[in-house]
Design a binder for this molecule. Structure first.
Ligand code: 1GP
Length: 246
């Protein structure tokens, strides 16, 4: 079955998934090997690969390395069309619905449509919502668009609802990589309660407690990047907290 089906099956049974974000900026083979070893141990469900700013693009190389060492599915989370790789399993086809920058709503999609279609990747139309994380992150700067204020739950839930009615199949709420403040549980609860598609939550999550609380609030998939880059041993505790929260 495809990756989207996996998300849906998991949601139907009330299970929660844990994803590790790999920022393919100068990731060496040795870095990847270390992450994969820990991820197998920790029973990580997915690798998401991508970033808002990639100086040295190692996406193809990183994914091939991951694939040579494990069967954990790899989903592209591209900051730009240059991060699309045929070696992945699937692609979050992101439209930045929290923003009002036409380039990230549809412009980049048009430019890369033929290339994306011919990649053979499973395409997952995803409503990407950036929530204010307390300090500017790369994503809000690069996207040149205002994030949804952290306490405006109604804006977040109407944005997610509109995205779902437009036909988007996933909602990804992100406080931005390395966000000072992760998304508040109340906003997650309100958004989760108003949509039927799977909800992915990330940005600034640093503790197993926060990961578990987000799942209880209704997140289906928790994604962590920075905190694991700083301390790889956190991966195990985060993954356990997510899996035990259901
Ligand atoms: C960023 O949601 C991801 O797009 C993960 O954020 O690196 O802060 O965990 P962190």
């Amino acid at each position: 079955a495809g990756i989207y089906q996996k998300f849906m099956d998991q949601k139907k049974t009330g299970k929660k998934a844990f994803a590790v974000l790999i920022d393919p900026d100068k990731m060496s083979d040795a870095d990847i090997d270390r992450i994969v070893d820990h991820a197998l141990q920790a029973r990580v469900d997915y690798f998401f690969v991508g970033g808002s700013l990639v100086v040295v693009n190692t996406v193809d190389q990183n994914i091939q390395r991951i694939k040579s060492r494990c069967d954990i599915p790899v989903v592209l989370f591209p900051g730009s069309p240059s991060q699309v790789s045929k070696y992945a399993d699937a692609l979050f086809y992101l439209s930045l619905i929290s923003g009002r920058n036409p380039e990230l709503l549809i412009g980049q999609h048009v430019i890369s449509a033929a290339m994306v279609r011919s990649s053979g990747l499973e395409i997952m139309p995803t409503g990407y919502m950036v929530i204010d994380g307390g300090a500017p992150t790369s994503v809000s700067y690069i996207a040149n668009t205002a994030p949804i204020p952290a306490d405006k739950d109604n804006i977040a839930l109407c944005t997610a609802m509109a995205g779902e009615m437009l036909g988007l199949r996933l909602i990804y709420m992100d406080a931005g990589s390395g966000a000072k403040n992760p998304i508040q549980e109340n906003m997650i609860r309100r958004v989760a309660g108003s949509i039927a598609v799977p909800l992915i939550v990330g940005g600034g999550i640093r503790t197993p407690e926060k990961a578990a609380a987000n799942c209880k609030a209704g997140a289906d998939v928790i994604v962590v990047g920075n905190a694991i880059e700083k301390d790889i041993h956190l991966m195990q505790a985060l993954s356990e907290a997510v899996h035990q929260s259901c």
